[in-house]
Write a protein that binds this ligand. Structure first.
Ligand code: ZN
Length: 223
């Protein structure tokens, strides 16, 4: 399912030279002359969002969500970024939201992200990346214990990820997940979220609403 060819070609393709815009955070913007308009900066952020979206779409090409709808995988990361943008999360969290599954689930490396998006974005993605060398149950336990230790931007990103996943578990669950497994996932997501809350009240409230809706939906579908 993962795309194993073509990545390096895309990486070195001259059309993608524009993707090196890593100076945004703490780089050129800190030395911009007075008079550079806010709209110019907003246009720059829009360009970065679209570049990160394109990067994610290419990295996740061919991958689909596990749910019955079999949506393209990239829809998930766009949803996470949209949740963050709609709730006033910082720009770096929104950009990292678009990229948050590339290192975990595609051929993309941390070094690739540093080269294209800079160390701040790459660092946030690293905070949201599980170590797949570890057994699944250990990774799930680590997500709970590590949650309170993350940066504020990463907490928001991880909370938005859990919100998107809870929606999917309720609305379009993986075909091979039985009712008990879905309930178990919702409970685990709640325990992770407990360590992520306290940064962005809007996101906290959206998680709680989504969590309760997922539990209500599952209760109504009790076998
Ligand atoms: Zn995700």
């Amino acid at each position: 399912m993962f795309r194993r060819s073509g990545w390096k070609w895309r990486w070195h393709h001259p059309d993608l030279a524009f993707m090196d815009f890593s100076g945004h955070f703490g780089g050129p913007f800190s030395v911009l002359p007075w008079g550079v308009s806010t709209s110019r900066m907003q246009a720059n952020f829009a360009a970065q969002v679209l570049r990160a979206t394109l990067f994610a779409a290419r990295a996740h090409a061919g991958q689909v969500r596990k749910g019955a709808a079999a949506e393209p995988y990239v829809n998930h990361v766009i949803e996470v970024a949209a949740i963050l943008a709609e709730h006033g999360a910082p720009e770096e969290a929104i950009l990292a939201g678009l990229l948050h599954d590339t290192v975990e689930d595609t051929e993309t490396t941390d070094a690739d992200l540093v080269a294209v998006f800079g160390p701040v974005i790459a660092g946030l993605v690293a905070e949201a990346t599980d170590d797949k060398e570890k057994p699944k149950e250990i990774r799930k336990a680590l997500q709970i214990s590590q949650a309170p230790k993350h940066s504020e931007a990463a907490k928001q990103l991880k909370l938005a990820d859990k919100i998107a996943n809870l929606r999917s578990i309720a609305d379009s669950p993986p075909a091979n997940w039985n009712h008990a497994r879905r309930i178990e996932y919702v409970g685990w997501a709640g325990r992770v979220a407990a360590g992520l809350k306290g940064v962005n009240p809007g996101l906290d409230a959206l998680f709680d609403t989504t969590y309760r809706a997922a539990l209500a939906r599952l209760a109504s579908e009790m076998p």
